[in-house]
Design a protein around this ligand. Structure first.
Ligand code: MN
Length: 129
């Protein structure tokens, strides 16, 4: 991994997208963005990011379907994908994790903690490999 890990952010809400991107770029990440699941799947295959942050509720295919497509493609199957969701309930967290996501981050993001949490997911994914 480079000093500036590439994070792909898939999020349809422009304000959430901008905030998360700004916070990550300020913390030294390189950020690629997609506003739909379809674009996210395509960009994952072309950019091969170090980590994907995936909103669940998206126009078109949702985050679960996008994850499935990413896992089905041998070029992207190894990329860690962390769900980015507004859900706070334990059962939603369980569904996210049982669907094959590598982790879970809750929205709204904490400007202070978000980069650390993203870095932690990157480190954990690297340890698994
Ligand atoms: Mn959304």
């Amino acid at each position: 991994m480079t000093d500036r890990p590439l994070v792909l952010l898939v999020e349809d809400n422009p304000r959430n997208l901008k905030l998360a991107r700004d916070v990550l770029e300020f913390a030294g990440f390189t950020v690629a963005i997609a506003g739909t699941g379809e674009d996210g799947v395509a960009l994952a295959a072309s950019a091969l990011p170090d980590l994907i942050l995936m909103d669940i509720q998206l126009p078109g295919i949702d985050g679960y379907a996008a994850l499935e497509q990413i896992r089905r493609n041998s070029a992207t199957t190894h990329i860690p994908v962390v769900a980015l969701t507004a859900f706070a309930m334990a059962r939603d967290r369980d569904r996210v994790l049982s669907s094959g996501f590598d982790g879970y981050l809750e929205k709204p993001i904490s400007v202070r903690d978000f980069p650390t949490e993203v870095r932690r997911h990157l480190d954990e994914a690297q340890e698994r490999q």
